[in-house]
Ligand binder design. Structure first.
Ligand SMILES: [Zn+2]
Length: 74
């Protein structure tokens, strides 16, 4: 199954604007907008490849999504 990361922004952030600070990264299935933890994410939110999950220099990752993702992807 395909996964990708999708960004959640700070409350009140307009979303995908240049340099908008990412609050946390969630994991979604395929290119959906509902995170694996159930969170609804903006369709315009930034995405990045699932294999960057856990990369040291990225914003924080959602622990709930991480747990479910690691269960689906051995
Ligand atoms: Zn999540």
């Amino acid at each position: 199954m395909q996964h990708e990361m999708r960004a959640e922004y700070e409350e009140g952030s307009p979303g995908r604007v240049a340099g908008a600070p990412v609050k946390i990264w969630h994991m979604v299935r395929a290119n959906g907008t509902t995170a694996m933890c159930g969170r609804e994410l903006d369709p315009d939110a930034e995405t990045q490849a699932a294999d960057l999950w856990g990369a040291a220099d990225s914003a924080p990752f959602c622990h709930s999504c991480g747990a479910m993702y690691l269960r689906e992807v051995p």
